[in-house]
Design a protein around this ligand. Structure first.
Ligand SMILES: Cc1ncc(COP(=O)(O)O)c(C=O)c1O
Length: 389
């Protein structure tokens, strides 16, 4: 079956953050929204059908996850990531961002140091600072066409840190960390007794030519210090259904984390989230493969357009995720002026790089998970703005 990623879907007035909060965020209700990380493609019909089937039953009472909820997650990890896990190692969380906070609260104390790698997805850093822990910035090193980990700095920082929050694939710089890079991170963390929260929510959105390495799957030792967060929400466009898995092979860490979820009374989750998750993992592969092809073409289209038409703009080609990290520094605009021009002159709603912490100044993040026709219009508007037209 051939899926259609080209159709334009009106998402306004659906309580969509990306669309219906434009006035509040950009002070302009008609910017092309290329910010929040969800996709403008329809959630595939086999998932919608499963949700509708359940919704047709007239009672939406208290629920729990049956055995058949876990098995598809186990099978997916095996087939997609060559990672053998057991059902009991999966802990439900009502989202990866909540899981970050639960982990910070469960395993560290106020005043403890937690390492993050900016520029990085803002809720990762906020999960540290919101709970009174100290953010330690292991800022990524920007190279000509890619980003690297500052290992020398990490070695120093790990000496008195309690936790590292890894983002793999990395949002916003788009790196899929290589096995070698992850092994070095694991070695440093193991030597210094630093535990790892590995946010792998984008793991199933890797661009052809690259591959995702599950951090915990490097070795039993790495697995023993790691919580891995995974979810079908990015891949299948289900973010509104609040469902994710935290996979923890170490029984002691798992018990502590599970207790935190229980204490918060957040373990039940959402009835429809479970149904959608199972349909996604069981039936989603053909759709996912076509999605990846479409995203790959969107990335290539963007790259070619920028190379041919907006030569001073520098784009980091992502290895995973559907985010493009754009370097506007050659234009010499301060962040406020850049944001304002993008909104008011180009009519574009991007995420300012400054939201992602140190290293984000002069950058913007652009979400290209939209029909190609929308992307073409957006790039045209961006090109005209930057050429002063
Ligand atoms: C790296 C990363 N982690 C987590 C999330 C969101 O997770 P959730 O919606 O499950 O809380 C996002 C969404 O953009 C993300 O990019």
């Amino acid at each position: 079956m051939k899926y259609n990623f080209d159709s334009l879907i009106d998402r306004t007035h659906t309580s969509s953050v990306k669309y219906d909060l434009r006035q509040a965020v950009f002070d302009k209700s008609d910017v092309i929204p290329m910010w929040v990380a969800d996709m403008d493609f329809e959630t595939p019909a086999f998932i919608r059908d499963a949700v509708i089937r359940r919704a047709k039953h007239p009672v939406y009472g208290y629920t729990f996850r049956e055995k058949d909820y876990y098995q598809p997650v186990v099978a997916w990890m095996q087939s997609h990531h060559n990672w053998t896990i057991r059902r009991e190692e999966i802990v439900f969380s009502p989202g990866v961002v909540p899981a970050l906070s639960f982990a910070v609260m469960a395993f560290t104390k106020p005043g403890d140091k937690i390492i993050v790698q900016p520029p990085v997805y803002p809720p990762i850093t906020r999960a540290v600072s919101d709970h009174g822990r100290i953010v330690v910035n292991n800022q990524l090193i920007r190279e000509e066409i890619t980003y690297l980990v500052d290992f020398a700095l990490l070695e120093e920082q790990a000496k008195d840190a309690k936790m590292l929050i890894l983002c793999n694939p990395h949002n916003p710089v788009g790196r899929c960390w290589s096995r070698g890079e992850l092994e070095r991170i694991a070695q440093i963390c193991l030597e210094n007794h630093v535990m790892v929260f590995s946010d792998e929510i984008h793991a199933d959105l890797v661009i052809p030519g690259f591959r995702h390495q599950v951090f915990a799957n490097l070795s039993p030792e790495a697995s023993g210090i790691t919580l891995t967060a995974h979810a079908p929400s990015k891949t299948f466009n289900l973010a509104g259904l609040s469902s994710s898995s935290v996979i923890i092979t170490n029984p002691a860490l798992r018990a502590t984390f599970s207790q935190m979820i229980e204490k918060m009374h957040l373990g039940m989750g959402n009835l429809f989230g479970s149904v959608a998750s199972t349909a996604a993992y069981e039936q989603g592969e053909p759709w996912r493969l076509q999605l990846i092809d479409y995203l790959y073409e969107n990335i290539s289209f963007t790259e070619t357009f920028i190379r041919e038409n907006i030569t001073a703009l520098h784009m980091f080609r992502p290895e995973g995720t559907y985010m493009i990290w754009l370097d506007f520094r050659a234009y010499g605009l301060d962040d406020k002026a850049l944001r304002s021009k993008l909104i008011h002159e180009a009519g574009l709603g991007f995420n300012p790089g400054t939201e992602f912490g140190p290293g984000g100044e002069g950058f913007m993040r652009m979400n290209i998970a939209c029909p190609r026709s929308t992307l073409m219009i957006a790039l045209g508007q961006l090109g005209r703005m930057l050429s002063g037209g």
